[in-house]
Design a binder for this molecule. Sequence first.
Ligand SMILES: [Ca+2]
Ligand SMILES: [Ca+2]
Ligand SMILES: [Ca+2]
Length: 297
Amino acid sequence: MSLGKYVTGSPVIMGYEYVPEVDAWLRLHIEPAIWPDARLRCHLEGGALASPTTSAMSNAMIEMLASNKLTMRHAYIGVHAFISKGDFMSMDGIPMANLSVRWREGEPDNAKNEEDCVVLNGVGEAIDVSCNTPRPYFCRKENAKMIIDKCGTTAEGYKLESRTGSCYKFHRVSRTWHRAAMACQAEGGHLVVINSNEEAQVLKDIFGRNKNEASVGVWDWNEHGEWNRSVYRKWIGDAFLIITGETLSDAGYEGWAKNEPNNAGGKEFCGVINRDARLNDFSCDKLIPFICEITPS
Ligand SMILES: [Ca+2]
Ligand SMILES: [Ca+2]
Ligand SMILES: [Ca+2]
């Protein structure tokens, strides 16, 4: 069997490699995740968990598995049986029988009655497995969504700010700190870090452009129905460290809000900024909007 036209060494954009026969891009995430997190990560990257829809896609997956030094030489694909137990299908509903993959002998066996997810192994066989074990996974992105903007990302919504040279995006979908950090990372950025008073002003202006009335579908997290804060950075141990590992003073901005940080309830281990760009320590588990930053290289 030919390995198709997919070749290692083709251009890589944000971790994705082009598979010409399907006019789509494929990424093997080596850092393991449980299936639901893998699904979310692909979604946040603007794609979906990939399935071996054609032999070209299947071959590209096998080749990627072979060219990466994985401890487990298999990865989650988009095939699942969540809708109907035992009825495996791709993310867009293509039944397993119509995909370009065969079950490994003895599979699917639905061991312990908990195998609703599927991995592809190094020889191109499918195995039903538990969804709750972290494993590598494949994401697929359509070619039309692979346009890089001047911020260096394929994600929509980033605006270059001349005052700081960084790009920013206000995310209206509220998330916990960890999910927010994941969303920024998936777009090639990080949760915003304020490096100067000027950047604080830039963020104030961004809040000004994102008023409450524009917040259709946003969960109103405070008693006033205002979403006036954005996830910012995280306490680690006793020091307030930024996601880049710097202290606040290293980063260049220490503008705390009045009476903050107060570690209210002993549970405030993440950082947020208020609409006035003042800092506050805050619960990591509350769902709030957030701002991502990308510094174009
Ligand atoms: Ca199995
Ligand atoms: Ca910054
Ligand atoms: Ca606080």
